[in-house]
Each structure stands twice: as structure tokens, then as C-alpha cells.
Design a protein around this ligand. Structure first.
Ligand SMILES: *Cc1c(COP(=O)(O)O)cnc(C)c1O
Length: 462
């Protein structure tokens, strides 16, 4: 087996350039807004901040959330098999996505882990993943004792560079796991084409992409399976929670079964997946408990009533902000591929080019921004340089599955120079900053202009 596993077969890359990228126009807005505040001294140096109001808080709650939550509490049916909220949420989310099936899970990580189980990913397999993602995307591959093969980022979009996927495929590659990072969408046409050519499955990590779309299809329904997270920061939130969406009944039978201790599921006459009830207990396969509670299900049903409107607000504000920021030299908002027909804007992502800011380091730029009343983040660090990956690959399990040569080669293959650069220049604003009035976007743009104008002073001040 090990001989077989070390045989490598690389496929040459097809370079298709970066055609098909949509470019935002750099016109239509003057620099008239708040020019005075831009001229004032930086807040970091004791001046008056551009903004003192806070941004919208997250999550949004109202009477319907309280009522529904209390109903679950008082019903005493907190477990999904005794209640109906989780099942209703699954049906509701499936309708919203245009998917045949949805299985709710305890988290987005659980959804991904369960999906890889259903796709039969295990020791000896390679899964193609982006380096620019939340660590869970890579953790789930390692938890199945498969190898995560990183394909470098496209800095323009912050997504996996689909033009580089083919070069990473070997005879051990089984699955492509694209992430729709920040609610933007990975280049799915190319990913679908490659998956068909090499007979690979596609698992979409749509944990940040609720209601995002690729050519009118919802993110998470383009590949074989798609995963969502409802963790507290996400655009649809129940504290913790997740879901798997798919049109594939066979895969979803396995997902349902695995997430519920291996109990058997079958397809009912009405097209729904149901627990097999012919015997009291029948365990068909190795399974786990990745179930969602009724509390989460009830909350998600209520939160879901606001999702579309919130998505529209984020989209409107983000598009306006992009127009404002495109006027500022050295601020480069993330682009979308032409096939991305809707961006969920879980994150507003841009790149900061310090050469247009008197060489002010990004960390100092973020501090100055925060002082002006605009908290932002520098985003992810390069995951291929984090200790978890090295430690896992050095573990007894991995050393018994893979040869030393194979593991050493993986480290080489996982270099991602473009991603390293992206990690050093990214600036993010979280989704809830996009939920207020348009004037909030003007504040963000004004604060950045102000810092640019006084960048040299700040550099001098140290
Ligand atoms: C949040 C997130 C996950 C994991 O979701 P949890 O619900 O926190 O387990 C996975 N992938 C991405 C890209 C995420 O943003």
C-alpha cells in the first residue's frame, strides 16, 4: 500500500490567465464628503475621531426570537427527535437554497467532518483546500487522516486560485474543498470542469456564504455537498450550529446516519429522508453525535425571517463602500469572479498597499483606524505556517499511514507565496458593519482618507 501511496503523478497546469474578472469602475464620486474631518489631526495622535458612534450590534433579536425560544424551553422537548423545530428549519433552509436535502448539525465543522465521511475520504487520500480559510476547513481533512493539499490564493479575490488546482492533482486526489471566503464565491466553473475531468468530488465550504450565488445557484448547492455554519459571527446565527445541503440522496442518507450515531435512514415516498423505524435500534455504520438542538432550530427559524433583508442591506452598503474605496490609491477591495451573481459579504475584504500610505505598516494602519472609531482586522495568518499542521503530520497515526518522503514533499507542495502576501496586506470589516446606514460607509472611507493624508506624520511619530 505504501508504495502505491508514494507514487506521484502530477498533472501539468493549464494557464488560463485571469480573464473574466469584473472590474469596478473608479468614477462617480468626488472627495467632498467630510473633507474637514479628513484634515484634522489623527485620533491616534490626540485628535478628534471621525466617528464616535458604535456600529450595529450583532445578532439582531426581537419578540419573535424570545417567544420561540421560550416555547422550546417550556415544551421540554429540547432534543430534535422529540420536537419539530430542527426538522422545520432543515426544510426551510433547503427551500431557501433550492436544495433537495438539508441536514442540520451541531456546527459548521461538524457539517464538514460529516460530509467528508459521506464522501469516504480517509487515510491515503488527498483533499485540495485553500490556505486562506478558517482552520476548520483543514482540520476536518486531518481528522479523517487524509492530506490537505493547499492550492495558493488568488489575491485579487481572496479565493482559491482555480488556475493552480490542476497542478496539485495526483493519483491520490479524491476531493476539492473550495471555500467561499467572506461570502464571495470561488471560481466554480473551473472547479466543476476539473472535478469532472479527474472524477473528483466537490465539497463546498459555504460557512461564510449564506445566500451567496454562482450564476444564480446558491453557494453550497453547486458541488456534491455544501456546508454552512451558524456560529455566532456568521450571517445566520444560533450561537453554534451548522448544516449540510445536497441534491444527492445517497450521500445525504450517509450524512444523516453518521450525524445520528449511525442509525439507518431511507428515502420516503414524499422524497424526504427519514429514520428507519422498522426496528427499534439498528446501527448501520460507524457514526457520531453531531445533532442540532431544538433551541438552535427554533432560533434559526426566527433569524431566517431577517436574512434576506439583511443580505440586501449588506450588499447595498458593500457596493457603495467599494465605489468609495476605489477612489483611494492603495486600497484595493476584493474583486468577484464574473460568475459570482451574489456576494453574501460575511466579510468586507480589501488589500492595503502601504506604499500609498508613506509605508505605514498595516498593524499601525489598523490601530489608527480603530482610534478613528472604525475597528477592522488583519484577517487570517498563513495556516501552512501554524504549528497544528506540523504536529499532526508528525503524529504516530500520520507516520504510520504516510512515508517520510511523502510528508516532506507535502510541506514543499504546501508553500503558498501569494497567500503569504495576501495575509500581510489584508484588511477586513465584519458583516455587521454593513448593516447600518450608508453614512457608516462614508465614515469608513473618510477615516481611511484621513490616515492616508497624515500617514507620513504617523510614521514619523513612530
Ligand atoms: C466558521 C467557519 C467554519 C466552521 O464553522 P463552526 O460552526 O465554527 O464550526 C468552517 N469554515 C469556514 C470558512 C468558517 O468561516
Amino acid at each position: 500500500m505504501s508504495k502505491n501511496l508514494t507514487r506521484r503523478h502530477f498533472v501539468s497546469t493549464v494557464s488560463a490567465g485571469t480573464a473574466g474578472m469584473s472590474l469596478s469602475a473608479r468614477s462617480g464620486f468626488g472627495s467632498t464628503v467630510r473633507s474637514e474631518s479628513v484634515d484634522q489631526e489623527l485620533a491616534l495622535l490626540g485628535g478628534k475621531p471621525v466617528r464616535t458612534k458604535s456600529f450595529p450590534s450583532w445578532p439582531v433579536i426581537a419578540e419573535n426570537d424570545r417567544k420561540s425560544w421560550k416555547q422550546v424551553l417550556e415544551s421540554k422537548n429540547w432534543f430534535r427527535s422529540n420536537g419539530h423545530y430542527v426538522t422545520e428549519f432543515e426544510e426551510s433552509w433547503a427551500r431557501r437554497l433550492g436544495a433537495r436535502f438539508v441536514v442540520a448539525t451541531s456546527s459548521g465543522t461538524s457539517a464538514l467532518y460529516t460530509s467528508l465521511f459521506a464522501l469516504d475520504i480517509g487515510p491515503g487520500d488527498e483533499v485540495i483546500v485553500p490556505p486562506y480559510t478558517f482552520v476548520a476547513t483543514i482540520n476536518v481533512v486531518l481528522l479523517h487522516h487524509a492530506l490537505p493539499v493547499l492550492v495558493d490564493s488568488d489575491r485579487e479575490t481572496s479565493q482559491i486560485d482555480a488556475n493552480k488546482i490542476e497542478a496539485a492533482i495526483t493519483d491520490r486526489t479524491r476531493c476539492i474543498l473550495p471555500v467561499h471566503l467572506g461570502g464571495n464565491v470561488a471560481e466554480m466553473d473551473k472547479i466543476l470542469e476539473i472535478s469532472q475531468k479527474y472524477k473528483l468530488s466537490i465539497l463546498e465550504d459555504a460557512c461564510q456564504a449564506h445566500l451567496a450565488e454562482w450564476r444564480g445557484k446558491k453557494a453550497g448547492t453547486v458541488g456534491d455537498l455544501g456546508c454552512f455554519s451558524f456560529q455566532a459571527s456568521k450571517n445566520l446565527n444560533s450561537g453554534e450550529g451548522g448544516a449540510i445541503a445536497s441534491n444527492n440522496a445517497e450521500l445525504m442518507k450517509v450524512c444523516s446516519s453518521f450525524h445520528n450515531a449511525g442509525r439507518g435512514y431511507s428515502l420516503a415516498a414524499d422524497g424526504k429522508l427519514v429514520r428507519k423505524r422498522n426496528t427499534t435500534f439498528s446501527y448501520e455504520r460507524n457514526g457520531d453525535n453531531r445533532r442540532m438542538t431544538e433551541f438552535q432550530g427554533s432560533l434559526l427559524l426566527e433569524q431566517l425571517t431577517r436574512l434576506e433583508e439583511q443580505a440586501r442591506t449588506r450588499e447595498r452598503n458593500a457596493q457603495y463602500l467599494t465605489r468609495r474605496l476605489n477612489e483611494i490609491p492603495g486600497i484595493i477591495p476584493a474583486r468577484q469572479y464574473e460568475g459570482c451573481t451574489r456576494n453574501a459579504y460575511h466579510l468586507y475584504m480589501l488589500r492595503y498597499d502601504r506604499s500609498h500610505f508613506a509605508n505605514l505598516p498595516r498593524s499601525r494602519f489598523l490601530e489608527a483606524l480603530r482610534a478613528e472609531g472604525i475597528p477592522g482586522s488583519g484577517g487570517y495568518r498563513p495556516l501552512n505556517k501554524e504549528p497544528f499542521l506540523k504536529h499532526t503530520l508528525e503524529s504516530r497515526a500520520f507516520r504510520s499511514i504516510y512515508s517520510a518522503k511523502q510528508l516532506a514533499e507535502l510541506e514543499e507542495r504546501n508553500h503558498c507565496p501569494e497567500n503569504d502576501k495576501l495575509c500581510s496586506e489584508a484588511v477586513w470589516f465584519g458583516q455587521s458593519k454593513l448593516l447600518g446606514p450608508q453614512s457608516d460607509m462614508d465614515d469608513i472611507a473618510a477615516a481611511i482618507r484621513k490616515i492616508q493624508k497624515h500617514a507620513a506624520v504617523l510614521v514619523k511619530a513612530g
